[in-house]
Design a protein around this ligand. Sequence first.
Ligand SMILES: Cc1cc2nc3c(=O)[nH]c(=O)nc-3n(C[C@H](O)[C@H](O)[C@H](O)COP(=O)(O)OP(=O)(O)OC[C@H]3O[C@@H](n4cnc5c(N)ncnc54)[C@H](O)[C@@H]3O)c2cc1C
Length: 326
Amino acid sequence: MESALLKFVNIDGDHGKKIMPQPHDEFHNPQAATFDSLSFADRVKQIEHDLSPDERTTLLSFVLLCSCGTPENSSFYEFLHWWALCNHSYQYCIEYLIKYKFRGGQSSFAIKFFEEACSTGNLSYAFSSPVASVSNEANSVHITTRDGQTFSGARMISTIPLNVLNTVAFSPPLTNEKRAAADIGHVNKCAKVHAEVRNPELRSWTGVTYPNNKLLYSIADGTTPAGNTHLVAFGADYNHLTPEKDIEETKKAVQAMVDVDIHRLVNLTPNPALSHMIKETTTDVNNPNRSSTTGPTMNSPKVHGSYHPFPPEQAKPKSPSHHPFN
Ligand SMILES: Cc1cc2nc3c(=O)[nH]c(=O)nc-3n(C[C@H](O)[C@H](O)[C@H](O)COP(=O)(O)OP(=O)(O)OC[C@H]3O[C@@H](n4cnc5c(N)ncnc54)[C@H](O)[C@@H]3O)c2cc1C
């Protein structure tokens, strides 16, 4: 894996350090922008004479785990940026991206904020109320939901994800740049599957599969109270898996990565914001009739939030003040 990634990012003889020395100032070296015209597929083509079959497999499984798109629609520049943010090293990719997590999961973090806000007595809230339109006037903002409820306030903060932004009518309209960015969208179509397996020997296991399996990368990251190993596995838009729709296919994809005795599968969809809104499909594989799905799933029109890996040609700034995603 490491040797393949080092070849992938070595566009400057220094594994990306010269091209993107300062990840928080992406265009510190203006040459960095030129790599936004390359997709993952383009970059692999440039180095394929130098890749062994194993390196090709591990490389594509890892970079697709990062973009969750396809080799053709993922920007090489975006990966260079991730790489720079991870100290230009695979070891730090694992340290920063995967290793550490909250004991109670990411949702516990959001729930604490929510509980604190509720405890002030000053918070009112509405869930399951998709916004249809936003009207921004001189001293107030008015919102209408798809089912006709209206809300008003002095200010509004919108966290509507990029890929659904254009389903909301804004008055005055969003800038052309913002609408164009939303039309293009981001490419992340991640599938994330947690598997509790009765294989304690896999506690330190990591595996990759490419190109034939619907899950690309899996890592064992803990032991459950029952003594089982917890695996987390990722799929991308490439060879797309929809776990909440096809549990048999999902089991097959997990077992194609490693021969395991599955006790339980959990598919978490994005935005685990609040406990009663957590969207998960839990399947007792010994009794599939006991599967349950709560909340919207990956295919719900409401759920398209994610980290934002872009297709090629989107990151390059026209000028510092005209970045298309500012
Ligand atoms: C499968 C998967 C696995 C992931 N795993 C990880 C991980 O392990 N670690 C990590 O750090 N990140 C992970 N991410 C990324 C992380 O979930 C996202 O980066 C984060 O949730 C993005 O937050 P957000 O607020 O932008 O969007 P979201 O969390 O999606 O929130 C947007 C909200 O807007 C709501 N909404 C949409 N349309 C409307 C509308 N018209 N009106 C009102 N509300 C609307 C949605 O229902 C949603 O609640 C994962 C993403 C995916 C898809």
